[in-house]
Structures are given as structure tokens and as C-alpha cells.
Design a protein around this ligand. Structure first.
Ligand SMILES: [Zn+2]
Length: 116
């Protein structure tokens, strides 16, 4: 029986995890799942399904992956790729509304503002 080994992965995460499991000789099934993200993000999530017998072998890979996921990825400017954008303080009310649930950041290199 197939069970979900990992859910709500981005495309990049799903590919990386699939490749790691493949090295163990485990073939996972990747499916799309979840609601599209709005208004930013990848647009779609992926789910990784494994045979329940394979879960035991995959456990270490999955646990390592889960640990890495909980660490916040380093933010980078979407325009110039510079790391270390700063959260914008004193954002106009309409911007706060538009970016609800995210924090507006400003690139220290090029000045681009973007939600993260
Ligand atoms: Zn920038």
C-alpha cells in the first residue's frame, strides 16, 4: 500500500527527495497535492508516496529531510539574488493588507521590496 512519506513539498524539494530515495533503491511516486499558494510561491505543492514497506528503509532520509526543512531557508532577493534582505518597518497599511501573512523585505543591494 502506498502511503504519503512527505507532503506539501515544493517542486525542488520533491525532486531532491525523490533522488535521495532513488539512491537507496526506493522508487517514490510524486503527485501534486494541496491548494495553490496565493499570491506568491510555487503555485503548487507535491506529495511523495512510498510503499509502506519502503518507509522503514526511507526513514533516515525522511527524518533528515524533515529536520532540514524546519530550518528557515536563507532569504534572497528575487531580483538580484543578494542574501540578507531586511524586514521593512513602517509598511503602509495597504501594503500590509496586500502582503497579509508575509513580511515585506527590502533588498540591501538593489532596494527591491518583496514579501517572504
Ligand atoms: Zn536585490
Amino acid at each position: 500500500m502506498l502511503v504519503a512519506a512527505a507532503e506539501f513539498l515544493t517542486y525542488r524539494e520533491a525532486v531532491a527527495l525523490y533522488a535521495e530515495l532513488r539512491e537507496l533503491g526506493l522508487v517514490a511516486l510524486v503527485k501534486t497535492c494541496g491548494p495553490p499558494t496565493f499570491p506568491f510561491g510555487e503555485g503548487m505543492y507535491y506529495q511523495l508516496l512510498l510503499d509502506e514497506n519502503a518507509l522503514v528503509e526511507a526513514r533516515e532520509v525522511l527524518e533528515t529531510f524533515a529536520r532540514q526543512r524546519t530550518q528557515a531557508p536563507e532569504l534572497r532577493c528575487p531580483k538580484c539574488g543578494s542574501p540578507g534582505p531586511l524586514p521593512v518597518v513602517g509598511v503602509a497599511w495597504w501594503k500590509r493588507l496586500f502582503y497579509a501573512g508575509t513580511t515585506l523585505h527590502k533588498c540591501t543591494s538593489c532596494g527591491k521590496e518583496f514579501p517572504a
